[in-house]
Design a protein around this ligand. Structure first.
Ligand SMILES: C[S@@+](CC[C@H](N)C(=O)[O-])C[C@H]1O[C@@H](n2cnc3c(N)ncnc32)[C@H](O)[C@@H]1O
Length: 266
């Protein structure tokens, strides 16, 4: 489709401070969601210790999961700016620049998570399957993956322009958000006017995201050999959901998983 939203190669999420300011203003419940993730992972695998946070952003979930729930959390993200904040929040973790569609860390985890709809940055179903395959290859046998998905084609708000203003962390921010939808693609452009102690500046971002149906996602998990369940009640406050699955593997058997040199007895 010829979108009216200009496609931009500008890196998204270079404004890590702005992301945190907006998350505060929107009262994102990082603590609550981290608690739900901890519960899901430990129910599936009671002695879970390690987590990998895919598209971890500034590390707010990682911090709760580490400080409150006692996990050792590593993370990957495309944005060095977001990762710098994640490292400051979670100094014991390893936070690396990596593309979620093709990463190979050489380590496996009891849980692999992907929060706040970040999975939508895969955009297409083939790329979604690539990400799921990478996640699978970083999962210890019997481990669990938790994904908080983005909107579906049925739940995405209609295309259009909206304006928001908010204040937080000494900044006053006006955000003009323009969106377009074409089948399973969602383009959102943002224009920010940010007023702070240092003056006023303007920032533009364009996001391109995939709108996957629940059935699409379940089929993608299945295509990479993962059994998935969908729980529409998982995060009532934000009306979102979790997919989770276990890497099949008989308990008590040592398994060597692809890309997983540390696969160990479970
Ligand atoms: C909505 S933010 C969510 C951050 C974090 N998961 C949270 O819940 O706060 C989306 C994140 O996805 C990252 N991202 C986008 N595309 C990515 C990719 N292909 N690989 C890794 N990270 C990506 C962005 O840099 C950004 O930090």
């Amino acid at each position: 489709m010829a979108t009216n939203i200009p496609f931009s190669d500008a890196t998204m999420y270079t404004e890590a401070d702005l992301y945190d300011v907006m998350s505060n203003a929107m009262e994102k419940d990082f603590a609550g969601r981290a608690g739900q993730v901890a519960d899901l992972v430990r129910r599936a695998r009671p002695h879970s210790r390690t987590l990998l946070d895919i598209a971890c952003g500034t590390g707010e979930h990682a911090e709760y999961l580490s400080e409150v729930h006692g996990f050792e959390v590593d993370g990957i993200d495309l944005s060095p700016e977001m990762l710098a904040k994640a490292r400051a929040r979670c100094p014991r973790g390893r936070f690396e620049v990596a593309d979620m569609t093709r990463f190979h860390l050489g380590r496996c985890y009891d849980g692999v998570i992907c929060m706040s709809g970040s999975i939508a940055y895969t955009v297409t179903l083939p790329r979604l399957r690539e990400v799921l395959a990478c996640m699978r290859d970083h999962l210890a046998p019997g481990g669990v993956v938790v994904i908080q998905p983005y909107r579906t084609p049925d739940t995405v708000p209609p295309a259009g322009t909206r304006e928001y203003s908010f204040e937080s962390g000494g900044l006053r921010v006006k955000r003009i958000r323009r969106s377009e939808i074409d089948g399973q693609r969602h383009w959102v452009s943002y224009h920010y006017i940010i007023e702070g102690a240092g003056g006023t500046r303007e920032v533009d971002e364009v996001d391109e995201m995939g709108l996957f149906t629940v059935d699409d996602m379940l089929a993608a998990f299945s295509a990479v050999g993962l059994a998935a369940t969908y729980d529409p009640t998982w995060s009532a406050k934000e009306v979102q959901a979790a997919f989770r699955w276990r890497r099949p593997g008989p308990a008590g058997e040592a398994l060597t998983a692809p890309g997983c040199p540390e696969a160990r007895r479970v």
